[in-house]
Design a protein around this ligand. Structure first.
Ligand SMILES: C[S@@+](CC[C@H](N)C(=O)[O-])C[C@H]1O[C@@H](n2cnc3c(N)ncnc32)[C@H](O)[C@@H]1O
Length: 406
């Protein structure tokens, strides 16, 4: 059987140059061989293959053959459920739900560097800007997943519309925000469940109004929702608090939907267990930067605010890694004997988020820091996912694992 990488080579596809929706259609078509899903992608995949980009020898259909995926995280062949991965980043949420037996049928992410990492690991290029994607185009799925950007949104217009006596649903309240795109896809596709991830502050943003709108919108769409702030420290050696919102489509046959977030009791993780044994000197802070960080911290301490840099206790856990880690790495510094401290390597950042070592990092260090900082703690997401899938099975009482699939 032809391998995925061989067919890419035969077609002369240099992924760097093919991160558009055409290649997204083709890779989604290749991965989704079941009739219902593949029909969504066939037309655009053929158009892409016929476009002048490829000097095809033979007919496009010739390239629609079953592929063997020689990538670290291939698609599941007998999936228990189908999901979509929105605001996908590098696929941390996908990885967790694939591990639970799910098959991703659609993914969207607009950053080209993230798309490159995603393709290298999952063999699929995400579609771009979600605001430009018609929800009808998205295949049916059981679970919608999204770690959406915390884009503050204003609901200032709502009371004015109320005052004018206009009827308004979620569209009026959330229009123009990325949360709106999640809501419109839920409204159109009506998956059985969803899981959303965001920063902890979402709950308190705009004095709690933002979260109120989110909650009401999801409930108005017919979902029963559960939410909790969870800390990654129970799964990896990193303090990382994130809100997870889980929702289940209300079902007439089920009075009480029971869902419980995973138990988190004791954090036994130590940062020393994820460090690489030998690390290039380029990760050691220069004297200039180390002096600057120390002076900066001292200045702020004197004023009574800020913690400055974060020199990590190797037997403890780190602070939260953020997308800005690439700037100076000051939030997580590793002490070294006889040397200035160093920042984490990209591989250590991957481990800090619970990514396995097979995860390919095909981008520069700076991009990798941004990508892992933006991503999720994979085992935490997987622990939530396990509970979500259990609840879905209770609601739909499948006789076999396959029965959960739409
Ligand atoms: C918080 S990150 C999610 C990271 C992801 N959960 C992971 O595991 O890597 C949000 C992502 O949304 C993407 N994004 C923002 N606006 C978008 C849009 N309009 N369409 C598609 N992706 C978008 C950003 O590029 C970013 O990668």
């Amino acid at each position: 059987m032809t391998t995925y990488n061989k067919i890419k080579k035969t077609l002369n596809i240099n992924v760097d140059k093919h991160l558009n929706d055409g290649f997204a259609s083709l890779t989604h078509f290749w991965q989704n061989t079941d009739k219902n899903t593949s029909k969504q992608y066939k037309k655009s995949a053929i158009e892409y293959l016929q476009s002048e980009i490829f000097n095809l020898v033979g007919e496009p259909e010739q390239y629609f053959i079953p592929l063997k995926y020689d990538i670290p995280f291939p698609p599941k062949s007998a999936p228990k459920f189908k999901f979509i991965d929105l605001f996908a980043g590098i696929g941390g949420i996908r990885l967790a739900y694939q591990n639970l037996g799910g098959k991703c049928v659609f993914t969207s992410e607009w950053n080209n560097f993230a798309k490159k990492t995603y393709e290298a690991n999952f063999g699929e290029v995400p579609f771009g800007d979600i605001t430009q994607i018609n929800a009808q185009f998205i295949p049916n799925h059981d679970i919608l997943l999204a770690g959406f950007p915390c884009q503050p949104f204003s609901i200032a217009g709502v009371s004015k519309k109320n005052a004018l006596g206009r009827n308004h649903g979620f569209q009026d309240e959330t229009q123009g925000t990325l949360f709106f795109d999640i809501a419109r896809i839920l409204d159109c596709k009506k998956p059985k469940a969803f899981m959303l991830e965001n920063v902890k502050n979402l709950v308190s943003h705009d004095k709690g109004n933002t979260f109120k709108v989110i909650k009401r919108t999801l409930e108005d769409l017919g979902y029963e929702i559960f939410y909790k702030v969870l800390d990654g420290k129970y799964f990896v050696p990193q303090h990382r608090e994130r809100i997870i919102i889980v929702g289940f489509k209300k079902n007439r046959n089920v009075r009480n939907i029971e869902f419980k977030f995973p138990d988190t009791s004791e954090s036994k993780h130590k940062i020393k267990n994820i460090l690489e044994p030998s690390v290039d000197d380029k990760y050691t802070l220069s004297d200039k930067l180390w002096n600057f960080l120390q002076e900066y911290a001292a200045k702020h301490k004197a004023k009574g605010n800020g913690f400055g840099f974060g020199l990590t206790d190797l037997n403890g856990i780190s602070r939260t890694i953020s997308a800005r880690y690439y700037k100076d790495g000051s939030e997580i510094l590793i002490p070294q004997k006889g040397k200035n401290p160093r920042r984490l390597t990209p591989r250590e950042c991957a481990r800090l988020q619970g990514f396995p070592d097979e995860f390919i990092i095909p981008v520069s260090d700076n991009q990798a820091y941004k990508q892992f900082g933006n991503s999720v703690t994979v085992p935490l997401i997987q622990a939530v996912g396990l509970e979500l899938v259990k609840t879905l099975e209770q609601i739909y009482e499948p006789k076999s694992a396959e029965a959960i699939i739409l």
